[in-house]
Ligand binder design. Structure first.
Ligand SMILES: *[C@@H]1O[C@H](CO)[C@@H](O)[C@H](O)[C@H]1NC(C)=O
Ligand SMILES: *[C@@H]1O[C@H](CO)[C@@H](O)[C@H](O)[C@H]1NC(C)=O
Length: 201
């Protein structure tokens, strides 16, 4: 028992600083090494950035789409609507939005933000990531980046309520449930390597 706890502790201690400290260099080297690929994704507003952790890259799109259309667009591009697996990833994405000065582009009306791959369309209150993993709102071991008092399933504008999750500009890009048929920018994620790649960046 003690040795398992110790091992976990060491892993966290070793992994976290690399994960955070290596990010900026990774972003630059990734962009340098993938210029052709980036040019192919012409509709993207930002180059992809990352990997932040866990071998994933992220790309932000500002052409406004409803949640379903945004999900489809990420899939057509070979990825998926972003899954925010950890606080590291959440913080890194928000830092990137600020560093790339995207905040002025995302108009600061109530409701403005960027879609991510989370929602409770099929069953109210049962949140699912687009890859099929459930996010249990009561489970502390799963990262939860909700803004205060969210999700609230506000039904002022739509009797169906709010079933699709955005990074909400009004709340420093914390998570908020929004109206699925509203059009917003969105964040896609991609594997950092193609399947033949042996080592990730
Ligand atoms: C989402 O947008 C697509 C493409 O414009 C449209 O076909 C679809 O009906 C929209 N869905 C909702 C729920 O508004
Ligand atoms: C979204 O759908 C609801 C009905 O489900 C409708 O009342 C609302 O006007 C729609 N909003 C947009 C932006 O299409």
């Amino acid at each position: 028992m003690t040795s398992i706890a110790l091992t976990l502790c060491l892993c966290v201690a070793i992994f976290t600083p690399q994960c955070m400290g290596g990010r900026r260099n990774n972003v630059i080297s990734y962009i340098m090494n993938h210029v052709d690929e980036l040019q192919q994704r012409q509709d993207a507003v930002t180059p992809s950035f990352g990997p932040i952790c866990e071998g994933r890259n992220y790309q932000i799109y500002l052409d406004p789409l409803n949640w379903s259309a945004a999900k489809l667009k990420c899939e057509i591009n070979g990825g998926m609507l972003a899954k925010i697996r950890s606080q590291d990833i959440h913080v890194a994405i928000v830092d990137y939005i600020k560093e790339a000065k995207l905040t002025s582009t995302i108009v600061n009306d109530a409701g403005k933000g960027l879609w991510i791959g989370l929602g409770d369309k099929d069953e109210e209150g049962r949140y699912m990531w687009v890859d099929g993993e459930e996010l249990d709102l009561n489970e502390c071991s799963q990262y939860q980046g909700w803004a205060a008092d969210e999700p609230n399933n506000n039904d002022k504008k739509d009797d169906n309520g709010q079933d699709c999750v955005q990074l909400w500009k009004m709340r420093q890009f914390d998570w908020d449930d929004g109206y699925c048929n509203d059009s917003k920018g969105y964040i896609c994620e991609y594997a950092a390597c193609d399947p033949s790649c042996v080592a990730c960046l």
